[in-house]
Design a protein around this ligand. Structure first.
Ligand SMILES: [Zn+2]
Length: 464
């Protein structure tokens, strides 16, 4: 099947006498992907995501008073229900509860380490990531991992204030709740690939938890194909919020690219084909195939100005990772002491969070995780033959390992197009020649199974 799709991105800014108003920018359309056949089981699973559960989980996380990484975590503090230690124990018990409900299908684990003193860490501090593993059912495919994460630590105006309240309802109880709810819903299913539901600490002190976890994944040689970082997905109830979209940030030129990678990227115009960007495009497709109630708006940029997040820790280790964030942030409601000043309310409180919106973002995450964990492995060693000057394009690849693939699709787009525009089913072989000049388009090859689950696409490297 071959089809065209056009994307119109319109950012509308009215500027009069130096004053610019982004009033109608909230109608900026979501990024369009291409529609695949929906898997009825995945469609049914995402319907189980509950805004009521998400509300309860966010309120519970807020009830710990502060979740600052530097706050108390001794036994007395855990027993008192205040501080990051109590929050950590509660998250662990939630994962364990979900696991009990699925006959022990989740392996609940912690990744603890001592972070040495640094700019935002006055003394050596124990940091603990909490996660649950839904292991794949097929020994070979279980080695492929997809992961969802949010940070459970919080902060107020002073990132060293261990005593003051830091409710962190949006930043980032919302992302933590997405990880928990994906675990609850997807643990009722079985997938050939492995899914990890992660919550990290230390984000506000310098991405410490995610750095440690990503390095562990790299050191242990994990085949980590996708990281979905949810940070500030609360849909803050401000007057210019757009509750129908969620931004998906992805790096362009990979931070982990070697000199050789950079030479190839420069030579071929590969600056918009990082693994993270292919993952973002995949999410756009999922957003078309499944009705999450919110559409991804792809932002071709690592992150927002002046801000960073845990996806970057994974990018640094060479893993594809993207960040989900609400459309319009209200900075009065982040990293602020709870107070009222001249009629302006400050503080990251649950009353500013739209729980239905968080549930929709969780659905989009769950559908993406399920689609990837169900899909065959991508084809390996994908090349485009460049030995001769010719106007046809020949692609070759090694079969998708793991035995799930029934065939392959070649996708392509114009070099100035943000999204894959066309798809060609090329059967079950490992070579295809298309009557299109490789000079004018960017190609990708992906594996598909009989039910239509698609792998991430692989952009070919040239072979003489
Ligand atoms: Zn955050």
């Amino acid at each position: 099947m071959v089809h065209f799709r056009h994307n119109l991105h319109s950012l509308v800014l009215f500027c009069v006498a130096g004053l610019c108003i982004a009033g109608t920018a909230m109608s900026q359309p979501a990024s369009e992907g291409t529609k695949a056949e929906a898997d009825p089981q995945i469609a049914a699973a995402i319907k189980q995501v509950s805004a009521e559960r998400i509300r309860a989980n966010i309120e519970k996380l807020v009830s710990f008073g502060t979740r600052l990484t530097l706050s108390a975590q001794d036994q007395a503090a855990i027993a008192s229900g205040r501080g990051i230690g109590a929050a950590r124990e509660w998250i662990k018990s939630e994962f364990e509860r979900y696991s009990k409900d699925c006959g022990g299908c989740l392996e609940v684990k912690t990744d603890s380490f001592t972070e040495e003193a640094a700019e935002r860490i006055p003394k050596p501090t124990e940091i603990t990531n909490v996660y649950a593993v839904l292991k794949g059912t097929d020994a070979t495919n279980a080695k492929r991992i997809v992961l969802v994460t949010g940070h459970y630590d919080s902060r107020n105006s002073d990132t060293l204030d261990v005593n003051g309240d830091a409710p962190g309802a949006n930043d980032d109880a919302s992302g933590t709740a997405v990880s928990l709810e994906c675990a609850r819903v997807l643990s009722k299913m079985k997938f050939p690939g492995t899914i990890i539901f992660l919550t990290v600490a230390g984000e506000e002190q310098g991405l410490n938890g995610s750095k440690h976890f990503a390095k562990m994944a790299k050191d242990q040689g994990w085949d980590l194909d996708a990281v979905l970082n949810n940070d500030i997905v609360g849909g803050d109830k401000n007057s210019v919020q757009n509750h129908s979209v969620v931004r998906v940030f992805s790096e362009g030129i990979p931070v982990a690219a070697s000199e050789q990678d950079l030479r190839r990227i420069r030579g071929l115009g590969g600056e918009s084909d990082s693994g993270s960007r292919e993952l973002a495009r995949y999410i756009a497709d999922v957003g078309v195939t499944y009705d999450a109630g919110v559409k991804p708006m792809l932002i071709f940029r690592l992150d927002r100005y002046l801000r960073g997040g845990d996806h970057f820790s994974f990018n640094q280790q060479g893993f594809p990772a993207v960040r989900f964030t609400e459309f319009r942030e209200d900075f009065h409601h982040q990293h602020q002491n709870v107070r009222n000043e001249s009629g302006v309310e400050y503080g990251d409180l649950p009353k500013f969070v739209d729980f239905d919106y968080v549930a929709k973002v969780a659905k989009l995450n769950a559908a993406t995780l399920a689609s990837l964990a169900e899909a065959p492995a991508p084809p390996a060693n994908v090349h485009i033959l460049t030995k001769d000057l010719e106007n046809d394009s020949t692609l070759t690849w090694d079969a998708s390992p793991g035995g799930l693939a029934s065939g392959y699709e070649v996708v392509w787009r114009a070099t100035d197009s943000p999204q894959w525009l066309e798809t060609q089913n090329v059967g079950s072989g490992t070579r295809a020649t298309l009557k299109i000049s490789k000079d004018n388009v960017i190609f990708g090859v992906r594996a598909v199974d009989r039910a239509g689950h698609r792998s991430l696409p692989v952009v070919p490297t040239p072979q003489r």
